[in-house]
Write a protein that binds this ligand. Sequence first.
Ligand code: DGP
Length: 114
Amino acid sequence: MKDCLFCKIAAGEIPSAKVYEDEEVLAFRDIEPQAPVHVLVIPKKHVSGWYDAREESDALLAHLMRAAAAVAQSEGIVQSGFRVVSNCGADAKQSVRHLHLHVLGGSPMSGRMV
Ligand code: DGP
């Protein structure tokens, strides 16, 4: 999608620190990390958020979740624990309107979500 930051990153038009890539998804380090490990996992195809994900994207969404788990494995945070977060909409402070998962870990986190 034109003018979408993560579409440009997926297309290689904007550089990123890649952690994982396959035909459907890309994982790269967040530019403003909020934990020792902070990786974003995105579908290469544009999906704005969970609200506009259609049934035909079910396989893609499952693949996205599996990619997040694979990233946790390759980042070495499975044993210590990790959090997968996806902000959706204004109240959740979604700043990039291209569906993404944050994979966070590498140090103990707050027990609260918000
Ligand atoms: P959210 O606020 O949930 O929409 O998360 C968007 C994240 O994207 C935020 O943690 C910062 C990150 N981010 C924004 N611009 C860039 C960029 O150009 N490169 C990378 N690697 N991350 C970015």
